[in-house]
Design a protein around this ligand. Structure first.
Ligand code: GLY
Ligand code: MN
Ligand code: MN
Length: 448
């Protein structure tokens, strides 16, 4: 069935307002302190082949603080600077280049439209930045993320050091920016939650279309095509390369070839999320190619579903993040024992991590601007305590490799069920609940 543009996700939310970007920068500057300076380059453009580029995607941290979409830009935050704390270096307007590559904001547009205090041409950065570093004792920066930019920053610092005998005061502390910034990104604002919900709704619609694009004799890429069709209908792109794996391909955790035939009797695993205005979504469903689960497929599917339900139930303020994974592992292990896929006692299976033969990954990750979003999972050596406003995926699975030492009827079945969960004051809220999940609901949708 062809997806329709009007179905599912509903109206797009309002974009994040300039005032929120300002608020984020202010919060970061407060954390950094008055004697600091913060430097964030935009993502570089990347070559795909010869002279063609990968689609440009802004650096998530830079995007979080500016909403500025262009490459060749550098954000500099200077706490307490009397003429304004937010400086941006960016490309100048260039009518001829804009004819080829599209419009540029230019420094004037950066000030007028993006709430930047002072903007300068990127070509002037070598002249201006050493003067901004001078007199600041601490530099916050992502060291090691972009080697070319690391060298530029060191060069600017050295320019200040060279002036010491003239009275210049170079910075003497160099700190990891992510330590401050990623704590802010972990707690999602109401406007961010609206973007995340919309990205999730688009991804949900795409998963439903993918289910109905599945038929014996088809191919994995035809299912992938249904995903892309829905994403693009709603102005979204892939949040990551989708995984569409049928039969034993579902047991390959990072399978992305997506080109195998769909065989009657196989299960298909589809891990696919949309990115909308930079915000990611991440959903996995597993469904039978012919629309009906076999007995073994259904038994394993129901087990993964029960593990997911137990894990989601832990997504509450005050609970440790690790409880989510522990709940999934416990249910999966009990089930594997009762189905005869594992032997021994539950205690021994958990202690020896014997479940890892069939469940070898963690149960989820933060999600936001990055699909595997930033934010520490442990604080001072202990699992982080969940707070309202955090969003993460809950994605247990079972993967019985074709070579597994179990009865043949189980081999080659790979299942994952993945949803996004918002930690809300009243309990877990599943943002991706629009995709059929109970086995009967999956079968009914595919038959519809
Ligand atoms: N699709 C990436 C993940 O599930 O973590
Ligand atoms: Mn995930
Ligand atoms: Mn996923």
């Amino acid at each position: 069935m062809a997806p329709r543009a009007a179905a599912g996700p509903g109206r797009a939310p309002a974009p994040i307002p300039a005032a929120e970007y300002q608020h984020r920068r202010r919060a970061l500057v407060e954390l950094a302190g008055d004697d600091a300076i913060l430097v964030l380059p935009a993502a570089p453009e990347r070559i795909r082949s010869h002279d063609t580029h990968h689609p440009y995607r802004q650096d998530s941290d830079f995007w979080y603080l500016t909403g500025f979409p262009e490459p060749e830009a550098v954000l500099v935050l200077v706490p307490g600077r009397p003429h304004g704390e937010t400086l941006l270096f960016c490309r100048e307007r260039h009518p001829e280049r804009e004819l080829w590559d599209g419009p540029r904001a230019g420094p004037e547009g950066a000030v007028d439209r993006f709430g930047i205090d002072d903007a300068y041409p990127i070509d002037d950065i070598d002249e201006i930045l050493p003067g901004l570093l001078e007199g600041r004792s601490r530099v916050y920066y992502h060291f090691g993320r972009d080697k070319d930019f690391d060298l530029k920053l060191i060069g600017w610092v050295n320019r200040v050091r060279a002036q010491v005998r003239q009275g210049a005061e170079p910075p003497h502390e160099f700190l990891e920016l992510g330590h401050l910034l990623h704590e802010l990104r972990l707690a999602k604002s109401p406007a961010e939650l609206r973007q995340l919900r919309h990205a999730a709704a688009i991804a949900a619609e795409a998963q439903k279309a993918a289910m109905r694009a599945t038929r014996p004799g088809g191919h994995e890429y035809e299912v992938e095509a249904a995903l892309w069709s829905v994403w693009r209908h709603h102005d979204a792109v892939a949040a990551y390369t989708p995984i569409v794996g049928a039969g034993p391909n579902a047991c390959v955790l990072h399978y992305v070839a997506n080109n195998a035939p769909l065989r009657d009797g196989d299960l298909l695993l589809c891990d696919a999320g949309a990115e909308y205005r930079g915000y990611a979504s991440d959903i996995t469903r597993s469904w039978p190619v012919n629309g009906r689960f076999s007995k073994e497929q259904r038994a394993l599917y129901e087990l993964v579903l029960a593990a997911q339900a137990a894990a989601i139930d832990e997504a509450r303020p005050g609970r440790p993040y690790a409880a989510v994974h522990d709940a999934a592992v416990r249910v999966l292990s009990e089930g594997l024992l009762s189905l005869g896929l594992l032997k021994g006692s539950l205690r021994k299976v958990l202690e020896a991590e014997a479940y890892k033969a069939f469940y070898m990954h963690k149960t989820g990750h933060w999600i936001g601007l990055d699909v595997h979003d930033v934010g520490d999972y442990k604080v001072a050596g202990e699992s982080r305590v969940l707070e309202a406003g955090m969003v993460f995926t809950v994605e247990p699975g079972l993967y019985v490799a074709p070579s597994a030492d179990v009865p043949a009827k189980w081999r080659g079945i790979g299942i994952r069920i993945e949803d996004e969960v918002l930690v809300a004051p009243g309990g877990p809220e599943v943002l991706t609940a629009a995709v059929p999940k109970a086995p009967d609901a999956v079968e009914a949708w595919m038959a519809g």
